[in-house]
Design a protein. Sequence first.
Length: 484
Amino acid sequence: MPTPPTCTIWIDFEDIFVHLETRTRPSGIQRLAFEAAREMLAAAPGRVRFVRQVRGGSGFREVDFELARAAFARSTGASAVAPRVLRGIVPPSDMPMPPGPLRHVWRRLGGMLSGEVRHAVLQVLTHQWQALTALPGVGRAVMRSLRRRRAAIDTGDSYLPVRMQAGDVLLALAAPWGTGHAERAAAARAERGVRYGVLFYDLIPLCRPEFCVPAHAERFREFVDAVLPVCDVPMAISHATRRDLEAHAAHAGIALRAPVAVVRVGTSFTIAEAAETAAAPLLPAGSYVLFVSTIEARKNHTLLFRAWRRLLEEMPAGQVPTLVFAGGIGWMVDDLLQQFANSRFLDGHMAIVESPSDAVLESLYRGAMFTVYPSHYEGWGLPVVESLALGTPCVAARATSLPEAGGTLARYFAPDDVGAACRVIRDLIENPDDLAAWRAEVRAAFRPTAWRETAREILAAVDAVIVAPPPQAPCGVDADGTAV
């Protein structure tokens, strides 16, 4: 294979910073993007650089990766927020981001507030904005004024806009669909001859919109349909996501400029604060079954709540382990949270570990009898491989990408079948010898992917396009890549 020409790879980290500024902990998307970018920098230090968006402008400004490293360390370590074990207090679910320019206010303010206060303040902001913009002619005038004000007070400070060169590569590795990334990427490609790559995690808002807030689903569709026609390096984190991406492109009449490369996902906690690694466990080892995930409708916590209710009806209560949900409170689960409270957390047989740090998560994984992951739809399933990597068996839904993540070492049930889930879980509870043998098999056989391998595969996908001829419109499409 020819040696790829020297070029700069610019990674847009705007959405990473926005998430870390406004959320208590990173999600799997931010973790993957950060770890992959960190290893890409280590593998190709002279090629990989990082940018944020110039506020009030249309381009990008360069940022030091150490700023992202420090922000990520704060959000994953003990200093971010102390985890709480909830057994009877249910915090309200988070609302979506507020509309329009209020997002700028919320990004500065939201992460500083507790769950209850954050919910109330966001309601006030949203209602005030809706009332203001409902007045005839006022909405557009307010937005113009706010944009001018924002441009005047935040023009990138001492940072100069990045002038990307022809042949450079701009990459989106996280979740940039709410940041104005698509327009800037298209402009960089059209005006400067920059190649463009996107790592796609999933197409949940398109394939299963019932699990999303409508505005989020529409914004995501606009992003995908905008970037696919101009994406020179399309990548996916699983074969399931690649199939969904190809199916959507075919349905939308979009010709992909290159085959979708599947990138393997790494597994490890590398940023946890060293001082916290010796912390005492929150729960006694072997006394609980663990589900690591944001609590939201798609993740299917409802199935496990119903399954545990059935186990408590069919078995002596003393034999039923505690069901532990580890993660933040997401959207579309208000009714479920009320059920938790009404049942008194299944009379003490369930708990929520809210905002666990990396070290707490690792401790929870190691101490669990086994883990469960019943999600309806995933792009990969990072908690499945995290569990297996730490030697803890996992029972997962046989859906989308989860069998790819768990392979032959996980056990499965249909995500809509409460009875099947109960049978698998009860069998493990009542047969400790089988569970011990399974644990030994996982520890002996599972081979985790290192984050450096994720980075190498992203770099390989980029280089494969760089050595190819310059991008041209595919046959049967117009100049911007839309099928004709």
